[in-house]
Design a protein around this ligand. Sequence first.
Ligand SMILES: [Zn+2]
Ligand SMILES: [Zn+2]
Length: 269
Amino acid sequence: MPSIFIAALVFACLCGISITVGYHRLFSHRTFEAAWPVKLFLLVFGAAAFQNSLLKWGSDHRVHHKFCDTEKDPYNINRGFFWAHMGWVMFREPSKFKDQFPMSRDLLKDELVVWQHKYYLPIAVLVGIVLPGLVGYLLGSALGGFAVIGFARIVAVHHSTFLINSLCHVLGAKTYSDEHTAKDSPIMALFTFGEGYHNFHHTFQADYRNGVKWYHFDPSKWAIWSLSKVGMAKKLKRVPETTIRNARIKMEQKRFAASGAANLISNQG
Ligand SMILES: [Zn+2]
Ligand SMILES: [Zn+2]
């Protein structure tokens, strides 16, 4: 039985990384380019996470960035924690956009993306439910495979992704910008394959890293970097170091000025 839990953990990592590296950083933000076998793998295991086709996911995500914290933001944190976490999935209204995939025209040009969208459900069921059952059978319990490697793993990876839209807009520091609610949290990074450095990400979304310092826990960044070292990924985008430093200093100055003003008021009082 422990082998089923280990297999579930491996599956969770494969699906979770496919969402963060593939759905998010590769396709939605185009922070690097990947060879087709990598894209195929990320699209297949991304589908197995049961978070919709990449076309739908990426479209929602780009809207989230462009209209962050407003009415048009699909997971607007100002509508409450539950809404941003999973309420938007359960109770979302019809799209406010006429176009089915606003801002995702470039993705429609990718044959693999269109293929995944067309066959999303069969791929998701085959890789996300049937394969776990098969792995469970080989490990001694098909039912355990369906229940743990399949369904429990789907729920766990769902919540890992949902946390990025909810808690990552609530907990942590505004290191680089206060123009949006996204926050940086090393603790959240542990549960989200490195996406917890969300203030950095919302401020510099073209960068393939979320944890920008080498010691920041960001397995998605390490996976992309490793792929580039074996020739499977290229053109990794990095925001210039000076731009990042200037943004951080500007925020530190703002905080310093705000604490100085607060001290002045309390001294006068
Ligand atoms: Zn993003
Ligand atoms: Zn966000």
